[in-house]
Design a protein around this ligand. Structure first.
Ligand SMILES: [Zn+2]
Length: 182
């Protein structure tokens, strides 16, 4: 009975979301920018040896070196954690806990950005375009339960949103994507 109720609720939520999506103002269409994609309007893979051209390609990791960049990001984190003691000490504890949480998030984002910048500068792996992330739980065997399905859908939605933001950022800076004129 409870299960049926949960299912019904999921269906109602889904309908509501779909309705919201349809009534929302449509976002401008984005397409591949041929000027940054070898003159082509579709994704393709090609070996590029020119150093200057490679600099502008999308840098990524492989299984072998992903750990290196993760460690790079982490070691910077450790350094900051150790440095914390030299920071301000006199502030009141209440405001400190919320503000330090905020600054910690900001700090994590900043570290991640720095790591990505380093990756873009130093990675030996280059692709013409940013590869899509693997679908959530792609390698998970068996049938997920309802709760798991909801979580997978949430993560998939987040991936889509991130991709959309990436494409928009690229379109605004004359990058790998552009706004479609029609
Ligand atoms: Zn590698």
């Amino acid at each position: 009975m409870r299960r049926l109720h949960a299912k019904r609720k999921m269906e109602v939520d889904k309908l509501r979301k779909e309705k919201a999506r349809k009534s929302a103002p449509s976002k401008p269409a984005i397409e591949i920018n041929p000027a940054r994609n070898g003159g082509k309007n579709y994704h393709f893979t090609e070996v590029v040896r020119n150093k200057e051209a490679r600099k502008h390609m999308h840098a990524h990791t492989c299984e072998g070196c992903a750990g290196y960049y993760e460690e790079d990001e982490r070691s910077n984190l450790n350094h900051a954690a150790n440095c914390k003691g030299s920071g301000s000490k006199g502030s009141s504890s209440k405001s400190k806990s919320t503000s330090s949480k905020k600054s910690k998030n900001h700090f994590l984002d900043e570290r991640h950005r720095q790591m990505e910048a380093r990756l873009q500068k130093t990675s030996r792996h280059r692709a013409q375009h940013k590869p899509d992330p693997e679908p959530p739980d792609y390698w998970q065997m068996g049938f997920p339960n309802t709760q798991r399905v909801e979580e997978i859908n949430r993560r998939a939605e987040k991936d889509r949103e991130e991709k959309r933001l990436y494409m928009e950022a690229q379109a605004q800076t004359d990058g790998f994507y552009r706004y479609r004129k029609d």
